[in-house]
Write a protein that binds this ligand. Structure first.
Ligand code: TXA
Ligand code: MG
Length: 319
């Protein structure tokens, strides 16, 4: 069973476990990560094993400084501007791997690119103290909803890991935005905690969206973030037997029939909605409702990432 420790008590044990090639669950500002030394193949293999993750899905490498990042990836001008603007923060940059980098090939699953991110807070402190980049996917079983609290991580993975560093609920609440700069422009491979509009404003240009032909974001499997209940998006009314995931001050027709109602943000604030998304999806799933009806959420700002995750949770799945 995992030991759950507050951050001030978790630092030393986390460093010791990571140095021994073990994995540790720790908070970032987006979601909890399942972290291992990105230069140690056994630690990386252990991450895949604990998550039950398909081997073709590469991991994000987390750094604590731009210097550390530059030893791993090659920065073009636009990527550097984005790093300077949004790091530390919920932005991941896909860059060409630099010759002589120390990242284990299992992390990138053989690609010649690497996804890099500088997180805020405890995760950065751990990386700086160990002076090693950490590979860390979201701390959840493959295909399940990402953990945004130590309790959620414990429920999903607690039996398989030794330590969960408990930093409380993560402030952003959904994963980082993944950006790749290429010859055709700046592409958002996964919408996330930094809104596309903020990236466009920083670079003074429009961004492209979605994976280019095929493999750009191999992890973007359609059915992801799956609750047990089916999800019905942009619902105009609540049908009998449904739970309701609400957004904003006004309710859709039939809301009084819902088995349970949770509101992402009474005020209609997209940042608050992002922070509540996974918690509320899980809580409504636990009511045992067969279907979760979801009120419309606008597609602007963080709404783009919220709608992306809701769409994946609603996608058809096999078992
Ligand atoms: O906020 C986050 O990004 C969290 C926290 C823990 O940092 N991490 C996270 O990691 O969401 P994960 O492993 O669940 O998602 C990583 C995504 C996957 O979709 C993967 O396919 C993509 O990043 N990725 C990794 N390396 C890539 C690369 N070289 N090219 C394109 N996509 C890549
Ligand atoms: Mg994930």
């Amino acid at each position: 069973m995992a030991e759950i420790l507050p951050l001030d008590e978790a630092l030393q044990p986390a460093l010791a476990l990571l140095a021994a090639g073990e994995v540790v669950a720790l908070p970032t500002e987006t979601v909890y990560g399942l972290a291992g030394d990105a230069t140690n193949g056994e630690a990386v293999a252990r991450i895949f094993e604990v998550k039950g993750r398909p081997r073709f899905n590469p991991l994000i490498v987390h750094v604590s400084s731009l210097d550390m990042a530059r030893k791993i990836g090659v920065f073009d001008d636009a990527s550097l501007k984005l790093a300077e603007t949004f790091w530390p923060g919920p932005l991941t940059l896909v860059l060409k791997l630099r010759d002589g980098h120390a990242i284990h090939p299992l992390v990138t699953t053989g690609l010649d690119t690497v996804a890099l991110r500088m997180p805020r807070g405890f995760a950065s402190a751990v990386i700086a103290a160990s002076d090693r980049p950490l590979a860390a996917p979201s701390a959840n079983s493959s295909g399940r909803i990402s953990g945004t609290t130590a309790e959620a991580v414990n429920e999903d993975l607690g039996a398989k890991i030794r330590l969960i560093a408990d930093g409380g609920p993560t402030p952003v609440g959904l994963e980082s935005t993944i950006v790749k700069v290429g010859p055709e422009g700046v592409r958002i491979l996964r919408p996330g905690g930094v809104a596309s509009e903020e990236i466009e404003a920083t670079l003074g240009m429009k961004v492209l969206r979605g994976g280019a032909a095929g493999i750009e974001a191999p992890g973007m499997l359609a059915s992801h973030y799956a609750p047990d209940a089916a999800m019905r998006l942009d619902a105009a009314e609540v049908r009998s037997g449904e739970a309701l995931l609400a957004f904003g001050p006004a309710r859709i027709a039939g809301a009084e029939r819902a088995l349970a109602v949770l509101n992402l943000s009474e005020a209609g604030d997209l940042r608050e909605a992002a922070a509540n998304l996974y918690h509320h999806m899980k809580a409504l799933d636990r009511t045992g409702a067969g279907v979760i009806a979801v009120e419309p959420v606008p597609a602007t700002g963080l709404g783009e990432a919220i709608r992306d995750r809701l769409g994946r949770a609603a996608a058809p799945r096999d078992g």
